[in-house]
Design a protein around this ligand. Structure first.
Ligand SMILES: O=C[C@H](O)COP(=O)(O)O
Length: 252
């Protein structure tokens, strides 16, 4: 089994090869909000709930490494959006592949936000990273986000996700279009494991029911997992919510 296969097996688990990922990488963008302000606390809670993979920055991982056992899939965000900077329309490289190897992570992640400008620069960084990662069997997760006015349109999601595949990524993280049948066009066009991004934690919605329904739908639509951050870490009981999400993701 290759190094890449071993790493992918930590991210996608069980006979269904699915992934319950908790992204805890929001602070560079949003600040140290309640829920992620204490890295160790939230990591303990989501791991206790049964999350099998974390998406974290290098500095965050340093803080929590002692809590993360070797079977947990660790995805390192190697570029970040700096919220306080008006120039930060795309991510800026923040860590090298050497750092990822030294930290013994299972994949590296880069995002591209289409429609904001600066796409060619970040695409160049992603391509260079894919080239280097290939030498070490390190999977690359490409977070491919459609332009804001097409954020949940199946054809726009299929286009950006396919672009990630064409660049050579191993895993795609993108949006769900809200309809499992329409989402099949994304899955059919990409043929890589697709992880669905969460989104804002809106006040007033029934988060537990909404999140569980989302998980059932994305499984029906052919996606391989979810990366739900704010809805989890802004919840009163992240551990319980993660436990319910895991049951739904691995139901069939
Ligand atoms: O990497 C960033 C996260 O995907 C954002 O997660 P969220 O939208 O569920 O908070």
């Amino acid at each position: 089994m290759s190094g890449k296969e071993r790493r992918m097996q930590r991210i996608f688990i069980g006979p269904q090869r699915r992934c319950l990922m908790t992204p805890l990488d929001h602070a560079p963008w949003l600040g140290p909000l309640q829920g992620i302000h204490q890295p160790k606390e939230i990591v303990q809670k989501v791991l206790a709930g049964g999350t099998n993979a974390l998406l974290v920055t290098p500095g965050f991982l340093k803080q929590v490494a002692s809590l993360v056992s070797p079977e947990i899939g660790t995805v390192l965000r190697v570029s970040i959006v700096a919220g306080p900077s008006a120039e930060a329309i795309q991510e800026t490289p923040a860590a090298t592949l050497e750092t990822a190897l030294r930290m013994d992570v299972d994949a590296v992640a880069v995002s591209i936000f289409f429609g904001r400008g600066g796409e060619s620069g970040i695409m160049r960084w992603m391509s260079e990273l894919i080239e280097s990662a290939y030498k070490y069997d390190m999977p690359v997760l490409a977070e491919m986000m459609p332009a804001a006015d097409k954020f949940y349109q199946a054809d726009a999601i299929a286009h950006v996700a396919r672009l990630g595949m064409e660049l050579g990524a191993d895993i795609i993280k993108t949006n769900y279009c809200g309809d499992p049948v329409a989402f099949r066009q994304v899955v059919d066009a990409v043929r890589l494991p697709i992880i669905i991004a969460g989104g804002e934690n809106k006040k007033g919605e029934d988060k537990v029911e909404g999140t569980i329904n989302l998980i059932k739908e994305i499984v029906a639509g052919g996606a391989s997992g979810v990366a739900i951050g704010r809805k989890v870490w802004q919840d009163d009981d992240p551990e319980a919510l993660v436990r319910k999400m895991k049951e739904a993701l691995f139901l069939e």
